[in-house]
Design a protein around this ligand. Structure first.
Ligand SMILES: Nc1ncnc2c1ncn2[C@@H]1O[C@H](COP(=O)(O)OP(=O)(O)O)[C@@H](O)[C@H]1O
Ligand SMILES: [Mg+2]
Length: 303
């Protein structure tokens, strides 16, 4: 039987639906440089959701089927969540796993009462329908939009509607946890302080994704430069030990996305390098990394 809601068009609030495993997501998981222990912990928690949870009563071990990744923007949370969905499905071959990606911004509407209804429908219909068909992972990216901290809302600035949307998310999470043990939510947030504490308390694991340390910076740069060297072999000279260590040193304090962008900026350091990327130099990377850090500090101090 084909799920009607997913046959042709995606229901409102669902940005993407795909079957798992998906090798492209495996590559994403591998591309995120992170302490292996953290990756293992994440994967184990997700796997446990599909092994133990269907078999053990919730009064014994109260799993809700929600994992929350928090950390600064650009640290790889969304990529990790997608990759984790793939790796989890891989642990259960031929089980028909699906990944649904929720787009919270399309649910929040300025019209009174609409957000709450959209949220309720998404969970009670679209997600429930998918979970009824087989093991399902749902990505709730930037979840603070959906489960905003009610205690921090002023009723003037934040319409009652958003307040109700948070209530609806919590109610629906409880209902779904009760009904489906083959359902796992992977939530991310750049602003954990903006997420409602009743949501956080439902999470089976809240994991901090840190900024990369010096060694992680080196590995991200190395991955980036090695990738470039496939097209521009001369860039391979920069992957040498002391050169890359020097560049990595300058990148400490930047997030993973900013490090990759630093390399892109270094390729655009002058028109000659932009015309011929083989000319990429260590100096240009150091210069761009410093510039990225300076603009970041400037950006923060303006807040
Ligand atoms: N730890 C990391 N290692 C390697 N690349 C990273 C890392 N963190 C971020 N990136 C890069 O930044 C991009 C954006 O990451 P993303 O998952 O969107 O971060 P977030 O959701 O935390 O903002 C990734 O595709 C990846 O290229
Ligand atoms: Mg993200």
């Amino acid at each position: 039987m084909k799920p009607t809601a997913f046959a042709d068009e995606l229901p409102k609030g669902i940005q993407r639906s795909r079957s798992l495993p998906d090798p492209a997501l495996g590559a994403l998981w591998d591309s995120i440089v992170l302490d292996e222990r953290i990756k293992k912990q994440l994967l184990s928690q997700a796997v446990l959701n599909f092994t133990m949870r269907p078999k053990v009563d919730r009064s014994v071990i109260p799993l809700h089927g929600v994992i929350l990744l928090v950390g600064p923007p650009g640290t790889g949370k969304t990529s990790l969540a997608r990759g984790l969905a793939h790796r989890t499905a891989q642990a259960f071959p031929r089980s028909g796993f699906r990944l649904l990606e929720v787009e919270p911004h399309t649910l929040t509407s300025s019209a009174m009462g609409k957000t709450q209804r959209a949220v309720s429908e998404l969970f009670s219909q679209s997600i429930a329908e998918a979970a009824a068909l087989g093991p399902t992972v749902v990505l709730l990216d930037e979840v603070e939009t959906l489960a905003a901290d009610r205690s921090k809302m002023s009723l003037e600035a934040n319409p009652v509607d958003i307040h109700r949307a948070t209530d609806a998310v919590l109610v629906q999470l409880d209902l779904l946890a009760e009904r489906f043990s083959n359902l796992l939510f992977l939530a991310t947030s750049n602003f954990p302080e903006a997420v409602d504490s009743a949501f956080t308390s439902r999470c089976d694991l809240v994991l901090q994704v840190p900024l990369p340390d010096r060694e992680a910076c080196r590995r991200i740069l190395s991955d980036c430069l090695t990738g470039l060297a496939k097209t521009y072999p001369a860039i391979g000279r920069l992957v040498d030990g002391s050169t890359i260590a020097r560049a990595a040193e300058e990148c400490v304090g930047l997030d993973g996305r900013a490090i990759r962008k630093t390399v892109a900026n270094a390729l655009a350091v002058d028109p000659e390098t932009a015309m011929d990327p083989s000319r990429l130099s260590l100096e240009a990377i150091v210069f761009s990394a410093r510039a990225a850090k300076t603009s970041r500090v400037g950006g923060l101090s303006r807040k």
